[in-house]
Structures are given as structure tokens and as C-alpha cells.
Design a protein around this ligand. Structure first.
Ligand code: ADP
Length: 403
């Protein structure tokens, strides 16, 4: 089934057209700077194959609909397109960052689902309005194709209250939904399924610690195939020290900055979200750059890396202590898949706990996934390439096939 997967932001649309049977990506692309004078569209047909073709268009896109119309034109173009017409796009899957407590599984889009996503806007003001713009657009342009929403929060809806509640008045949870939700759920769920296959066990019997380490990063405790705790919170700002996000801090710092610097809440929010994390410590949020600087003797770069790993190990330790019987530790996303130094630092000196990294396999693994622990390691260490688009396409196809 050809499924168009869409990640619609406030001024961008990231998209992929996939065939769910062959898992082939027909097209991947990005429309950027929607609503601004200098819009951009970049599309790759058959990305990553010998037949890869790149199309670039620079023009203004007044709104999401203008961007999407161009995408459809390109996909169905007689000369350069990959399908004959729109009807060959059988279903559409939308990535939604925040589903609040309304959604714990993928849903077919109808007016009620759109209302539910609107209700969560106060918790995801940067994400959900952009998602809704994308949904409204594709509902207009593809009136006959079933459309599905897949939530980043859904996988974590199995967390028990002891894990998802904050130490705040319970009434605020009831009134405002003030609790931890967790994110990157599509990725944590995808690698959980893959890890179960690699362990040769039913997913319901797998206890895992999954590390999704990208620019945004989170770690999840998976018990019996289900998320029972995760590092992000009400929003994706909580937990780990990330590329530009602070992760957990003493909440009193907000008041301290206000009192000492006179900064308002918008300024402090921007600081914590965009100017903190490794960027705030050493001036870079890209680990490739940070490694280069460490090689040149930059102590701040080294500190940023050590801080980020130290926080990651704290979560690994907490989840290990809670699970006790851990089958595997799984690394995924940009850093998790590519940065052998980060992986090595996360697993360093854990041999007494039955966690033994094979240093050769750690640096030489290839393909889609690998076990990089020693043969004797009680706990397997894995690297698995995440594929959120494929996961969304498959969830969409599964829901749509049942219609
Ligand atoms: P996101 O989707 O959250 O933007 P990604 O999963 O693409 O993030 O991860 C991006 C991060 O991965 C980069 O900031 C960089 O630090 C890291 N990264 C990507 N490739 C490599 C690499 N080859 N070696 C080390 N780190 C890498």
C-alpha cells in the first residue's frame, strides 16, 4: 500500500511516500519557510538508491495548501513523478507530537479526533497547530483517502501514575492534565519491536532500556514490551541534557533568572529550549563538531559531552534498578546510531552489572541493526536504526486495511 507520511510543522511539511509491502521509499521531501517570501522545496525520488533524483524548487508558498499542491504535482508529474495520479496514494499518516491523555493508539481522522488534537494545543503550542494545518490541508486535497494520526505520546500511555505524575497538587493533574507524557514514542516502540525480533522472544516478554539520542533525546524503560517510564515530561524539554534543550533543572532556576536578570517567561523558555543543553555549555549542539573540538583540546566541548553522557547514565541506572532483569539496552537515532564514543561512554565500566560492550563490534557494526555486546554479556547491547516514517506508514496501513 502506498502511504504518504506527513510531519507538518508551523512553517514546514516533511513528507515521505512509502510502499508498506516492500518498505521502499518512493519519495522523501521537505517544504520549508511556508508563509514567508523565500519558500523552498526539496524532494528526492527513490532516495538512497542508484536511481535517486533530486528536485529543488525555490518559490513562495503562501500556506500549507500551496506547499502540498506542489508536492502532489511533483509526485504525480508525468515525466518525473513516481505514481500516475493521486488515487495511487491510498492513505495518509500524520505524525502528531502531543496526544495528551486523549489518545493512546493511532486513530482514523474524523472531526472528533481533530477536536481532540486542538484541545491539546496548550501543551504543545509549537507543534499541534502546525500538525492541524497539515491535516486540514490533506483532508481537503485527498477527500477520498483515509487519514490516520500517529502520536509521539501514545506508546507512553502505559506508564503507571507513580511514574507519570509530578509531585504537584493532584487537582492540577485533573484540571489541566499536568503530568508527564513522554515523546519519541513511535521510535521507542519501533526499536522495541525490532529488539524483540533480535532477542527471539515475544515482545511481551522483553525488558529493555531504549535510548533515542538525536538532537532531541529521551530514554525509555520498557517492561514486557510496554513503556513504564520515560525521561521526557509534559513537553519534550524534560529529562536528558540535549542538543539545545536543558532537560531537567531545578525548577527554582526559573524564578532565580527572573529575579536576577529581569527576564520574562518567554525569554526563559527560549533559553531553556534553544540556547541550553550542549550548545549552552560549549557553543555547539552537533556531536560531530563537539568531537572535533575535543580533539583540538577544547575543554568545554569535553565537558558538554561528559555532562550529556552523565545524565544519560543516570536514567539508564534508574531504569536498570527498576527493571532488574534487563534483556537489552538499545541505542537509536542520530547519536545513538552513529556515535560510537557516546555509546562506549554510556556503557563504560558496567561489566559487574552484566553489561559488556564489544569494543570492536561497537565501532564496526553495519546494516540496519546489530548486537554490539560481547557473547558473554548478560544484557545485550544493540544499535537499531530507527525509522519513524516506516513505523507511521505501517500503523496507518494496518488501521486502513481493517476498514
Ligand atoms: P533530530 O531528528 O532530533 O533532529 P537526529 O536523530 O537526526 O536528530 O540526530 C541529530 C544528531 O545526531 C546531530 O546533532 C549529531 O549530534 C548526531 N549525529 C548525526 N550523525 C552523526 C555522526 N556520524 N557521528 C556523530 N554524531 C552524529
Amino acid at each position: 500500500m502506498n502511504v504518504l507520511v506527513i510531519n507538518s510543522g508551523s512553517s514546514s511539511i516533511k513528507y515521505q511516500l512509502l510502499n508498506t509491502a516492500t518498505e521502499e521509499v518512493l519519495v522523501s521531501g521537505l517544504v520549508e519557510r511556508i508563509g514567508e517570501g523565500d519558500g523552498r522545496l526539496k524532494q528526492k525520488n527513490h532516495p538512497g538508491t542508484d536511481a535517486e533524483k533530486v528536485i529543488e524548487i525555490n518559490q513562495a508558498f503562501a500556506d500549507h495548501e500551496a506547499g502540498m499542491v506542489m508536492v502532489i504535482d511533483l509526485i504525480t508529474d508525468a515525466e518525473n513523478g513516481v505514481v500516475a495520479d493521486k488515487s495511487e496514494i491510498v492513505a495518509i499518516g500524520h505524525r502528531i507530537v502531543h496526544g495528551g491523555e486523549n489518545f493512546f493508539e493511532p486513530m482514523l481522522i474524523d472531526d472528533e479526533v481533530v477536536d481532540g488534537i486542538e484541545k491539546v494545543i496548550p501543551m504543545a503550542p509549537l507543534h499541534n497547530p502546525g500538525h492541524l494545518a497539515g491535516i486540514n490541508t490533506t483532508r481537503r486535497l485527498f477527500p477520498d483517502a483515509p487519514q490516520v494520526v500517529v502520536f509521539d505520546t501514545a506508546f507512553h500511555q502505559t506508564m503507571p501514575p507513580k511514574a507519570f505524575l509530578y509531585g504537584l497538587p493532584y487537582e492540577l493533574y485533573k484540571e489541566l492534565g499536568l503530568r508527564r507524557y513522554g515523546f519519541h514514542g513511535t521510535s521507542h516502540k519501533y526499536v522495541t519491536g525490532k529488539a524483540a525480533e533480535m532477542l527471539g522472544k515475544p515482545v511481551e516478554q522483553c525488558n529493555l532500556i531504549t535510548l533515542h539520542l538525536g538532537n532531541g533525546a529521551s530514554i525509555t524503560e520498557v517492561r514486557g514490551g510496554k513503556s513504564v517510564d520515560t525521561s521526557m515530561g509534559l513537553t519534550p524539554l524534560g529529562g536528558l541534557i540535549m542538543g539545545t534543550r536543558s532537560g531537567n533543572i531545578d525548577p527554582a532556576i526559573v524564578r532565580y533568572l527572573h529575579d536576577r536578570k529581569g527576564w520574562d517567561i518567554d525569554k526563559i523558555d527560549h533559553l531553556l529550549t534553544k540556547e541550553s543543553g550542549m550548545l549552552g555549555i560549549c557553543g555547539s549542539n552537533d556531536l560531530r563538531d563537539i568531537h572535533e573540538r575535543i580533539a583540538e583540546g577544547d575543554e568545554r566541548a569535553e565537558l558538554a559531552l561528559e555532562m550529556s553522557v552523565h545524565r544519560a547514565r543516570q536514567y539508564m541506572g534508574a531504569y536498570f534498578f527498576d527493571l532488574v532483569d534487563v534483556d537489552a539496552i538499545v541505542f537509536t537515532a542520530g547519536i545513538g546510531e552513529n556515535d560510537e564514543v557516546y555509546r562506549e561512554m554510556c556503557c563504560r565500566e558496567l561489566e559487574p552489572l552484566g553489561i559488556e560492550l564489544d569494543k570492536t563490534k561497537n565501532v564496526s557494526w553495519s546494516g540496519e541493526s546489530a548486537i554490539i555486546s560481547t557473547g558473554d554479556s548478560k544484557v545485550k547491547i544493540m544499535v537499531i536504526r530507527t525509522n519513524e516514517e516506516l513505523a507511521i506508514a505501517k500503523e496507518t496501513a494496518e488501521l486502513v486495511s481493517g476498514l
